[in-house]
Design a binder for this molecule. Sequence first.
Ligand SMILES: *Cc1c(COP(=O)(O)O)cnc(C)c1O
Length: 423
Amino acid sequence: MKRNNSENAYKEAVKYIPGGVNSPVRALRSVGETPLFIRKAAGTRITDVDGNHFTDFCLSWGVFILGHGHPAVKKAATKAIARGTSYGIPSLQETELAMRINKQIPSMEKIRFVNSGTEAVMSAIRLARGYTGRNLIIKFDGCYHGHADHLLVSAGSGVASLNSSSSTGVPDSFVAHTISVPFNDKNAVQKVFREKGKDIAAVIVEPVPANMGVVLPKEGFPEYLREITAQYNSLLIFDEVITGFRLAAGGAQEAFGIKPDISTIGKIVGGGFPAAAFGGREDIMSYLAPDGPVYQAGTLSGNPVAMSAGSVTLELLSGDGFYEELNAKADTFITKLKNSLYNKEIQVNHTGSMFTLFFTPEEVHSFEDAKKADQERFARFFRYMLANRFYISPSQFEANFISSAHSEKELNRFIKVVTKFQE
Ligand SMILES: *Cc1c(COP(=O)(O)O)cnc(C)c1O
């Protein structure tokens, strides 16, 4: 494969940008590669600066559930741009998108928009602390909630493949109020509540973790989190930045039938533009400025272009049978994939239209399990897939995504190529 232009672009980028990238995992170091530079994307196809085409299963980390550049989304964004790209003053688009979100995710009674998932989570935590007057936060090992200081404790995603559970530059005192416990471990949660229940502001969880690779909650685990937080008057925060509008129109909370107190959403909700949001019970959200004492703000928050793209995206997703069709397509694909992998010591974890291949003979139910997966084998697999023109997420601590734009032909070719992988 010709890579000269990407290599030159990388040489130039590293002169000005640390590692040549604006998010570490894009550097592809853990899979022994150098970054691809992308020139354009449409549907499921991304094209690099050397003219190589790849079928994309990363989809900007799950953003493009409709595929890249859906015509209706493009049209809405272009129309919005023609009316100015930011006002710093309210616009109708913000209320429209908030109404759509509230309709799909009714637990988000009131919603505030921000620009990234990191910001959404950071604000949700501050709000939970402000509302409860407590400091402690419980999170789960391998769950990733963005890169805010106090959540970089046993974090997943790009932090996981760096082999460090945390980051330097974060004073111990900043994480002193964060307790990380193993996912799917009721006893560990119960122990912390018994000891410190009165000080726990909130439990934050990815209802289906996707940042240690996809890991499914055990039967009853999400319900248990709802019960115990209610029992101790702590808040339950569902970080649905990936799962929101991915697993169902109403996210994982609809799939599980659980009502969290606060939810965070991102990725899909901006229709490919930088937007995210947090929202929840009205009495909690009323603690936010200007109604209440918890401060939170943003120059570009509720950006009209992002709001327009987001609204059209949610409109398309709320169409009859969208998720039934997408999830059925994904189920068929995963079943075939699993059958073809039989005996290769690879686990396929999957729910809805997201999946992870773990290179380990044992089932993966926690970060502990995920970390046992063979990173060298995966690195070889990634490079093999790339050579066969598939762009998958470059780590086992990430999810792959199927969009409505993926054709049966593309999915079948993926399986065929995977089956021929020689270790
Ligand atoms: C991606 C992600 C975030 C962070 O969102 P950014 O937009 O990258 O800041 C937070 N939580 C979860 C569950 C995510 O998947």
